[in-house]
Design a protein around this ligand. Sequence first.
Ligand code: SF4
Length: 339
Amino acid sequence: MIQNNISEDLIKWYQMNQRLLPWRTSKDPYTIWLSEIILQQTRIDQGQKYWEKFLNKFPSIENLASAKESEILALWSGLGYYSRARNIHKTSKIIVKKYRNEFPSSSRELAELPGIGPYTAAAISSICFNEVIPALDGNAFRVYSRLFSIDLPIEKNIAINTIKNLALPLISKKQPGDSNQAIMDIGSGICKPKNPKCFVCPLQEYCFARKNGNPESYPVKSKIKKSLIIDNFYIIVKKHDKYAFIQRPDKGIWAGLFTPIEMDKKSWRLALKNKSIDCKSVTTLRHILSHRIMNLHFSKWNARNIPEESKVKWHSQNDLKSLGLPAPIKKILVEKSYI
Ligand code: SF4
C-alpha cells in the first residue's frame, strides 16, 4: 500500500537526515516535554539554551515542582509567553502529586495537563511511549495539506480531522516518534511556507501539491487576520536609587510579571505637558508579536505624587536582571540601559 511506502520512506530519510538536537538522544518524557514547551513560539537555537538552563537548574520533575514560581519566571525571562512558564510549574506539581513523578503515557491523559495541547501530547506520547498518533502543529499541517492537497480551510475542524485521518496510516507502528520527528524536520527545513525545496523532499514522489505545481497554495486559509496595534504608556519613577514597579494581575498578557507604572494615554499625555511633574526623556519601543504590535512608550518622571503608590514595589537597578520582567521591558531597561 502507498501509505506503507510513505511511512517507510519517512523513517529511512529520518535515519539519514534528522536534525541533531540534544533532546533527541533521550526518550525521557521530562526532557522531551521541556523541549516541546520551550520550543513553542521560539527558535531552536534560542530554545536550546533555555532547555539547557532549565535542566541544569531543575534536573528532575521533583526539582521543578518544588521551585518557587518566581525562580521559574526569572529563568524563563526573555522567552516571552509567560503562561508557558506558569503551566510547566503547575504540570510538574500535578505529575509529582497525582502521578508519583511519572508522566502518563497516553496522549489523552497528557492533553489534560496545563499547557499541553493535542500536538505536544502526541509528540510526547509518540516519542517517549510509542503511541501511534500523528503530532500536528503548524509545520505538520502544512506538509500534510500539501502532500494530500487538502482544499479545506485549515482552521476548520473538517480539515483538521481529514488530515488526522490521512496522516495516521503514515505513522510507523514501530517508530511513531521518528515518523513525527521526520515530518517536523521536513516542515521546518524543506517544506517551508515559501519556496519549498521539493527536489530534496522524501515525499516528492507522493506529493499532490508538487505534482500540481502549486505547493504554496496550501494550507488553504479562510481569513487573513490583521495585526492589532496596542499602545502602552509607562513611567519610570526613581526614589533613593530604587525604581517603582507594579506586579501585573494573575491573568492576561504578562500575568504576574513586573512592569513600570502603567498609565492611560490621556493621563500620560497630560503629564508630559505638566511642568510641575517634570516628565522627560521619552522613548518608544515597537514589540511585534504574532497577532499584535505593541508600541511601548516610556518616560522618566520626577513626580512627588506617584500613581498607584500603594501597589508599588521598589527595586534597585541590580535587581532587574533577576526580576520577572516581560522581555521588551527588560530590553529597554536593562539591555538599552534606559534607566
Ligand atoms: S514535495 Fe514539496 S510541497 Fe510536497 S511535502 Fe515535499 S516539500 Fe512539501
